[in-house]
Design a protein around this ligand. Structure first.
Ligand SMILES: Cc1cc2nc3c(=O)[nH]c(=O)nc-3n(C[C@H](O)[C@H](O)[C@H](O)COP(=O)(O)OP(=O)(O)OC[C@H]3O[C@@H](n4cnc5c(N)ncnc54)[C@H](O)[C@@H]3O)c2cc1C
Length: 381
C-alpha cells in the first residue's frame, strides 16, 4: 500500500522510539509486571497518544492508517505499551465524537499527555461478550446520578484517574437503555480490586472496579442518555483495527528475532537458517504477517474514506490475532528449547499474542460479524 510522506515520517518516529526505548525495557516490564508511568508521560509529550484527535481540538489529526502504523511499531517494541496507546485512542475518539465542549476542554489534553490515566469499563462478571447483560446502573438523583455496580478485567483499573463507564439508565429499554458516564475514580464510593496476574502483556494493569453509591454530577453523562451502547459500538471498528495492528507488531517482532537467531545458531556444522524446515517456518511467518498488515491498512483506509468498514475491521482483527498466535508459536519453534525459556523475547511474544484473539470482541464474535455482514451485503469485496 502506498503511504504518504507524513505517514512514513510518523511511522519512522514511532519505530525509532520503539526500537531505542521500548523494546530494551520490555523483558523487565514483563518480568516485574511493572506499569511504566514515566514512559507514558514521555510518549504523551512526543505526541504518540490521541493520534486521531483533530488539530482544532489540540491533537495531530492523523488518519486511521497512521494510527495503525503507530500501533504496529509500538507493539513491535512491546504490545503491552501499544495497548495503552489503543486505550487512549478509543477514549479520545469517544470524547471527540460525543463529548461536550466543556468535557473535551476538561479531559482531552491531559488524557493525550497521559497526565490523566483512563479506563474503559464495559465487562462485568455476567456480561462479557453479551454486553446487553450489564447490571451496573445509574439512577437519577436531583440534577445528577447515583452509580452502583461492578466491572471486571478493566485495563488501567488499578491506576486510572477517570473511567468511562457503561451503565444501565433504563432497566426496560434493553440496549437503548444504556449510557456512558465519565467517573472520577478518586471519588467516594469507588473500590478498586487487586491487580490481576496475566499470562501476557504484563505491563498493563488490569483489575476490577466497584461503584458503591457513587454520586455523579449531571455533566458526567457522555453524549445522549440511552445512546451508550450505540456510542460504544461506534468506536469498535477503530478499536479492532488498533488491536489488529498490535497483533501484526507482535508477529513482526517474532519474525525479526527468529530470523536473527536462525542465522546465528549452528547445528550439524551449519546455520539452522540453511535447513529448509526452518526456512519454511520463516517464510510462512513473513507471508502471514504481510497479509495481516495489508488487511489492517485496507480496513483503516475504509474508515478514513467513510465507508462501511465493519466487515473489513473484523476480518483484519480476526486474521491478525490468529496470525500472531500461530506465528509467534513458529518463532518459539525456530528457537528450539531456548524459545521456551524466560528471558528470550519469543517466549514473551507467544504469551503476549494470545489476548489479541480475546479482547475487543473474541475471534468467534469477529467471525459472527463477518458472516452477518456477508448475509446482509453479499460477498462482493
Ligand atoms: C487482559 C484483558 C484486558 C481487558 N480489558 C478490558 C477493558 O479495558 N474493558 C472492558 O470492558 N473489558 C476488558 N476485558 C474483557 C474482555 O473484553 C472480555 O474478556 C471479552 O469481551 C470476552 O468476554 P468473556 O471473557 O466474559 O468471555 P465470554 O463472553 O464468557 O465467552 C467465553 C467463550 O464463549 C464464546 N462465545 C460467547 N458468545 C458467543 C457466541 N454468541 N457465539 C460463539 N461463541 C461465543 C467466546 O468467543 C469465548 O470463546 C479485558 C479482558 C482481558 C483478559
Amino acid at each position: 500500500m502506498h503511504l504518504s510522506d507524513i505517514q512514513i515520517q510518523v511511522r519512522d518516529m514511532a519505530r525509532d522510539f520503539a526500537t531505542q526505548t521500548i523494546r530494551p525495557m520490555a523483558e523487565a516490564l514483563d518480568h516485574e509486571e511493572r506499569f511504566p508511568r514515566d514512559l507514558y508521560t514521555e510518549m504523551g509529550a512526543l505526541g504518540l497518544f490521541g493520534i486521531g484527535v483533530p488539530e482544532d481540538m489540540g491533537g495531530p489529526g492523523f488518519d486511521t492508517v497512521t494510527y495503525a502504523l503507530v500501533m504496529e511499531e509500538l507493539s513491535r517494541g512491546y504490545a503491552s505499551v501499544a495497548d495503552q496507546c489503543g486505550l487512549i485512542e478509543l477514549i479520545s475518539t469517544l470524547l471527540v465524537r460525543h463529548g461536550t465542549e466543556a468535557q473535551r476542554a476538561a479531559y482531552l489534553s491531559d488524557i493525550m499527555q497521559a497526565k490523566t490515566l483512563v479506563a474503559y469499563c464495559i465487562t462485568e462478571p455476567e456480561a462479557g461478550t453479551d454486553v446487553s447483560g450489564i447490571r451496573t446502573e445509574a439512577v437519577r438523583d436531583g440534577d445528577g446520578w447515583v452509580l452502583n455496580g461492578g466491572k471486571i478485567w478493566i485495563h488501567n483499573a488499578p491506576v486510572a484517574d477517570i473511567a468511562f463507564v457503561l451503565a444501565r439508565t433504563d432497566r426496560d429499554a434493553g440496549n437503548r437503555g444504556m449510557s456512558i458516564f465519565i467517573v472520577d475514580l478518586h471519588a467516594d464510593g469507588i473500590e478498586r480490586g487487586p491487580k490481576e496476574h496475566k499470562m501476557g502483556q504484563r505491563a498493563s494493569q488490569v483489575g476490577a472496579l466497584n461503584f458503591n453509591d457513587v454520586r455523579l454530577p449531571a455533566d458526567a453523562l457522555l453524549g445522549t442518555e440511552g445512546r451508550g451502547f450505540h456510542m460504544m459500538m461506534s468506536v469498535l471498528d477503530k478499536g479492532r483495527v488498533g488491536i489488529a495492528a498490535l497483533a501484526v507488531g507482535i508477529g513482526q517482532a517474532g519474525l525479526e528475532a527468529a530470523l536473527d537467531y536462525a542465522q546465528q545458531r549452528k547445528q550439524f556444522k551449519q546455520q539452522i537458517a540453511e535447513f529448509q524446515g526452518v526456512q519454511w517456518l520463516l517464510a510462512d511467518m513473513a507471508k502471514d504477517i504481510e497479509a495481516a498488515r495489508l488487511l489492517v491498512h485496507s480496513a483503516a483506509s475504509k474508515i478514513d474514506r467513510g465507508e462501511n468498514a465493519t466487515k473489513a475491521c473484523s476480518i483484519a482483527k480476526c486474521f491478525s490475532g490468529d496470525m500472531a498466535v500461530a506465528r509467534s508459536a513458529d518463532a518459539v519453534q525456530v528457537f528450539g528449547g531456548s524459545g521456551y525459556i524466560r528471558g528470550f523475547e519469543v517466549e514473551r511474544l507467544y504469551r503476549d499474542a494470545k489476548i489479541t484473539q480475546i479482547y475487543e470482541g473474541t475471534n468467534q464474535i469477529q467471525r459472527m460479524i463477518i458472516a452477518r455482514e456477508l448475509i446482509k451485503h453479499g460477498a462482493a469485496a
